[in-house]
Design a protein around this ligand. Structure first.
Ligand SMILES: *[C@@H]1O[C@H](CO)[C@@H](O)[C@H](O)[C@H]1NC(C)=O
Ligand SMILES: *[C@@H]1O[C@H](CO)[C@@H](O)[C@H](O)[C@H]1NC(C)=O
Ligand SMILES: *[C@@H]1O[C@H](CO)[C@@H](O)[C@H](O)[C@H]1NC(C)=O
Ligand SMILES: *[C@@H]1O[C@H](CO)[C@@H](O)[C@H](O)[C@H]1NC(C)=O
Ligand SMILES: *[C@@H]1O[C@H](CO)[C@@H](O)[C@H](O)[C@H]1NC(C)=O
Ligand SMILES: *[C@@H]1O[C@H](CO)[C@@H](O)[C@H](O)[C@H]1NC(C)=O
Ligand SMILES: *[C@@H]1O[C@H](CO)[C@@H](O)[C@H](O)[C@H]1NC(C)=O
Length: 751
């Protein structure tokens, strides 16, 4: 069994200063900053209370972090750290001791499983190892780390140590004394907190510990559960907080005791619990925080937003946060709380929305764009689509089935167009603008089919779609730093549908004043270099080539080719930080190679939902943003949740040059977590990704805009792959002088 694998990336955290920022005033009981309590160490990443989990908690958290151990006792009374009284869920004990299962009465209920009290410490430590039982966390560290004893955890020297005694009555019934064990333990070394959901236990040890050094904390469980000593429900004890003061200095409550969540998963008004407890002189610790648990829609899948709700509202702050992901709680406490009006610095990465704040409202609607501006996006984006009658409007995809209710009313128009996408769809160019205006927006999530995580259902169909002209007007009124106009399928639209998307964009710009005399930035993005060429003669526009396919490298020749068409590229995340089995494998040189040629790099698409984040980012969207901006130095991030990016980028902790901040948000070092995975469980090497090639960059010129014959041709369109080379066949036929002339005239008009 591997006991110690070097955690290579821990070193970088060693420089964190431990001064507490004096300027912050907290609504905690003692006015000091709330503590961060790591439940089982960094149990969000490594098996609970394993050596890895504890070391990692110390390395990534705020100074003063408390490490919490859930105490269980072995046959001879040795304390080990395991959350469940049964060991079979979080260890491989059922394989090692096949016949070790027994049934015990625990607080009046029969429970069957493998209990620590049936085994000696030797048996458990020598042959049993830990497993991760939460599927969203890495299983790569399974069966390699031993169970930790209480002494093991304390020998890692946590700044504060918290012992939680979930079961005292059970051990007493089985002739083991937790109180005796604790008395010995506290005499040896400090235990800063002892908590328990059993009143009898807390009363028993009340006289046994030095309360100047050890705080006793009463743990509330589910409101309907019965407290073993008084046989009252925790809910009824809650109505009698004053009685707790006699044997404890604080309470632990599940987080919904403070901010209740309704059946629809929205937050309700807070209870008065924290203030009530503070009035009685009781500290309040909120429990149940984890970045990979589903939380209320009000938090938009941003775990920092949830912590802030508990420590940075105008009414109260809890005194501590008990979490499986201590670095995220640390960020909230040290960095995000009480920072609201920090101005962005000049060199900072641009925050570019993806269909507006499409994580919060249906993409490409007025509400999504307004929200993006409010949330701090520098650039709002419109992916231009064309209606049948030539109206340019904003929508993520030319296929309107996902983002609108079109499937209900226009199913008869569903068709398959291989040049655009493999599956059938209802395409914007088959609907008139008045048809499109009858459609309702639909807020969808890219993860809906992968086990849930819907987005803000209360506002699923709120908002209205905008024409490009209306979008430009909104951008002007809101005075955003800039806009990004994304253009796709230009060749198909021109040759097959008689629609000239390029001149539609130019006309809209011609009408709007934006982009010419105004100082607002205009980014024209396309996956097609011939579209970008059409905007070459407007020097104020920045042209962005969207390289959708994964690349591993960007050699000089194709980069020089890009330079002819574009000032910037948009790259998918995996062309910058490739991943395998949920782990990042390293960082490609593509960003450096582009930037060396003065080509800016934007990364696409960043989202908050934890299932889209490699383990290296700790299920924390802020760490991903930090990795691409502060770590890799991209020039912009394209995100569906601009609020999360803005909170990070406008915070002193995002900059390494803030010596007085008490904590830094450290970007992930791609590939280093994977190095801690033992070789046997390393994922197999995947087939290498190709480097960028000139052929991937250059597209044929756009074809002429030709009205389709009516009825439209019945012959099937040529089979093609989705882009660049894809449209060669059609494109070569259509090139005509007329098209070039028409465009030249239009761009003259615009200048
Ligand atoms: C084991 O874990 C799963 C998932 O966390 C849970 O549903 C189940 O009740 C647990 N079983 C025991 C015996 O703890
Ligand atoms: C651990 O397993 C080995 C091999 O299966 C066995 O010889 C040994 O007795 C076991 N140790 C304990 C303490 O059970
Ligand atoms: C708690 O008990 C009450 C009354 O018996 C019941 O209405 C409620 O649904 C229960 N709540 C939970 C969370 O079990
Ligand atoms: C959460 O969102 C719902 C729905 O928009 C809203 O009604 C409620 O006030 C929000 N709760 C809090 C505490 O902000
Ligand atoms: C839903 O929309 C309403 C108004 O359209 C807004 O007041 C509310 O805050 C929104 N709720 C959420 C959770 O965004
Ligand atoms: C541009 O403005 C003219 C005159 O105000 C108007 O007739 C035309 O419809 C506008 N075009 C667009 C695309 O908004
Ligand atoms: C990039 O731009 C800088 C300043 O604009 C210039 O000095 C440098 O030569 C340029 N490098 C390349 C490779 O174009």
């Amino acid at each position: 069994m591997i006991k110690n694998v070097l955690l290579v990336f821990l070193v970088i955290h060693a420089t964190l200063a431990n001064s507490e920022s004096a300027s912050k005033k907290w609504l905690t009981l003692n006015g000091r900053r709330p503590s961060v309590i790591a439940r089982g160490g960094f149990s969000g990443l490594f098996p609970e209370s394993s050596d890895f989990a504890n070391q990692m908690a110390l390395a990534t958290s705020l100074s003063g972090v408390a490490v919490l151990c859930n105490l269980q006792l072995t046959k001879e009374g040795v304390g080990i750290c395991q959350g469940d009284i049964r060991l079979d869920n979080t260890t491989n004990i059922a394989m090692v001791f096949e016949k070790g299962s027994r049934t015990y009465k625990v607080n009046g209920q029969d429970i069957t499983g493998w209990f620590a009290i049936d085994f000696t410490a030797d048996q458990l430590l020598a042959n049993v190892s830990l497993l991760q039982n939460i599927f969203s966390r890495p299983s790569a560290f399974d069966a390699m780390l031993p169970i930790s004893t209480v002494d093991d955890v304390r020998s890692s020297n946590p700044p504060a140590f918290w012992l939680n005694v979930q079961y005292d009555a059970f051990y007493t019934e089985n002739k083991l004394s937790v109180a005796n064990y604790i008395q010995k333990a506290t005499r040896l070394q400090g235990v800063n907190y002892i908590s328990s959901p059993e009143i009898g236990f807390l009363k028993k040890i009340n006289g046994l510990v030095n309360k100047a050094k050890t705080k006793l904390v009463f743990v509330f469980l589910d409101k309907n559960a019965t407290e073993p000593t008084t046989k009252q429900t925790y809910g009824s004890i809650l109505g009698n907080l004053a009685t707790i003061k006699a044997f404890a200095s604080g309470i632990v409550v599940p987080k919904d005791y403070i901010w209740p969540v309704n059946a629809a998963n929205y937050l309700e008004a807070p209870t008065s619990l924290v203030n009530d407890a503070h009035k009685l002189g009781l500290e309040v610790y909120a429990s149940g925080f984890a970045n990979d648990f589903t939380t209320s829609y009000n938090y938009s899948y941003d775990p920092s937003a949830e912590y802030l709700q508990f420590i940075d509202n105008s009414q109260f702050s809890v005194d501590g946060l008990i979490t499986d992901f201590p670095p995220t709680a640390s960020e909230a406490v040290a960095c995000f709380a009480q920072y609201t009006d920090i101005k962005p610095t000049k060199e900072q990465a641009l925050i570019i929305s993806h269909n507006g704040a499409s994580g919060v409202y249906a993409g490409s609607t007025d509400l999504a764009y307004q929200q993006a501006v409010e949330d701090g996006a520098n650039i709002i984006d419109c992916s231009v689509q064309m209606s049948k009658d030539g109206v340019a409007f904003c929508l993520d995809s030319v296929d309107v089935t996902r983002d609108t209710t079109a499937a209900a009313s226009f199913m008869s128009l569903s068709t398959t167009i291989p040049e655009i996408q493999e599956s059938a769809g209802i395409f914007s160019f088959d609907l008139s603008w008045s048809d499109i205006q009858t459609l309702q927006p639909q807020l969808t999530s890219p993860f809906e089919n992968k086990g849930g995580l819907p987005r803000n259902p209360a506002n699923k169909s709120k908002g209205k779609f905008l024409t490009l002209a209306e979008f430009l007007e909104l951008a002007k009124v809101k005075a955003v730093t800039g806009i990004l106009i994304n253009i796709e399928n230009a060749a198909y639209l021109a040759s097959q549908k008689g629609l000239d998307i390029v001149s539609a964009v130019n006309t809209a710009f011609g009408n709007a004043t934006l982009g010419k005399e105004s100082t607002q930035k205009v980014l024209i993005q396309s996956d097609d270099t011939s579209v970008l060429s059409k905007f070459k003669n407007v020097p104020a526009y920045s042209r962005v080539l969207y390289l959708k396919d994964e690349i591993s490298d960007a050699p000089r020749t194709p980069v020089e080719e890009i330079k002819k068409y574009a000032d910037a590229v948009t790259l998918p995340r995996f062309s910058i930080v490739p991943t395998v089995n949920g782990f990042t494998t390293g960082t490609t040189k593509v960003v450096n190679e582009m930037q060396a040629a003065n080509i800016s790099v934007y990364v696409s698409v960043l989202r908050n939902e934890f299932i889209t984040l490699p383990f290296d980012y700790f299920s924390d969207p802020t760490i991903e943003i930090a990795t691409y901006t502060s770590g890799i130095g991209v020039d912009g991030i394209i995100t569906e949740y601009p609020a999360t990016a803005s909170r990070y980028l406008r915070n002193p902790c995002s900059s390494n040059s803030m010596p007085d901040s008490s904590y830094s948000i450290i970007p992930a070092e791609a590939g280093s977590l994977l190095k801690t995975v033992p070789e046997e469980t390393q994922p197999p090497a995947s087939t290498p990704t190709p480097a960028l090639d000139v052929a991937d960059v250059v597209d044929p010129p756009l074809p002429a805009v030709t009205k389709p014959a009516s009825p439209p041709p019945a012959s099937p369109p040529p089979a093609t792959s989705p882009h660049s080379n894809a449209l060669q066949n059609i494109a070569n036929v259509g090139l005509s002088l007329v098209a070039i002339m028409a465009f030249t005239l239009l761009s003259l008009m615009c200048n």
